[in-house]
Design a protein around this ligand. Sequence first.
Ligand code: PLP
Length: 350
Amino acid sequence: MISFYPGPSRVHDEIPKYVADAHKAGILSMNHRSDEFMKISEKVIESLKSKLKIPKDYMIFYTSSATECWEIVAQSIVKEKSIHVYNGAFGEKWFEYTRKLRPQATGVAFGVEDVLKGKEMRWNDGEVICFTQNETSNGTQVSNAVLQSARKNNPNHLIAVDATSSMGGIALNFRAADIWLASVQKCFGLPAGLGLLVCSPRAVASAVTLGEKDHYNSLTFMSRMMEKWQTPFTPNVLGIYLLMRVMEKAPDIGATQQKLEQRYVGWMKFLAGRKILQPLIENSAARSTTVIPVKGTPEAIQEIKVKAKKKGLLLGEGYGDWKSSTFRIANFPALKQSEIDLLKRFLTAF
Ligand SMILES: *Cc1c(COP(=O)(O)O)cnc(C)c1O
């Protein structure tokens, strides 16, 4: 089965070999306080910084999921109020989870065809402004330029960005925000169970000032442990090792982005030639390049999903209101061109 699901998604071909290597090297029962672990952990942080162009003075933390990162931001960085700018299910969920911990959190919804204007985003209250860079549920994207101007217009706020389905796939301007979060089962092409939280010095300093220390994953505690490349809890050591192996082999993010952009353009051309199918998002400026939702009649979509599965092609389900009229295609780095060609051949009939 070839998975085009936008998470958990197709993993890199080398993963089974890396798992076998891990077993042979004793990684599977490695102590997370050992020198050997600290060396692996340090290498992972360094390779993430160099391959993804994350500034050297930013800190990277291991969590178990992107959802956990949402809670860490709410409990350890937001003092009273965060502002959530969202247009889909993941952004809304982040807002809802935050509201349980910080009841003053507010939501600013926008349309799926709308492109945010940095200039129109100015807030006088709240401490953190939250964006979902790549909204996996509807295949829309907030550009680096919008994030940058939101930051420029709100110099006293921290900017937090959920990049779960784009980090590792596209070049993000990390300096345009203070907090970035993701998990590895999307663009990184790894098995689920590991999240990444990237924080600017300003974000870490805010957490220290707030001084929240009530949780095992309080950022104050996490950052103290990270000074020794460690976590307060036993982390997903295998996941961290696999991330090290994948990042060692990964090209620079610029090259990966170029590959994904070319494939995205290929998908748009292909969809333009179909009778029944079309991209869900009409405004090309609002579209994500890593998650491509495709719309059609409910009958055709149902038929495609069933027939695709029989052919060994797993499509992503549509989300929420679009469940019956769309499917989603991941445009993630681990997919091969030959697999994409196979899916296109199958979809040509529609
Ligand atoms: C998948 C996803 C999440 C949730 O990730 P978990 O690792 O399951 O917590 C959050 N935000 C976005 C945008 C996602 O695509």
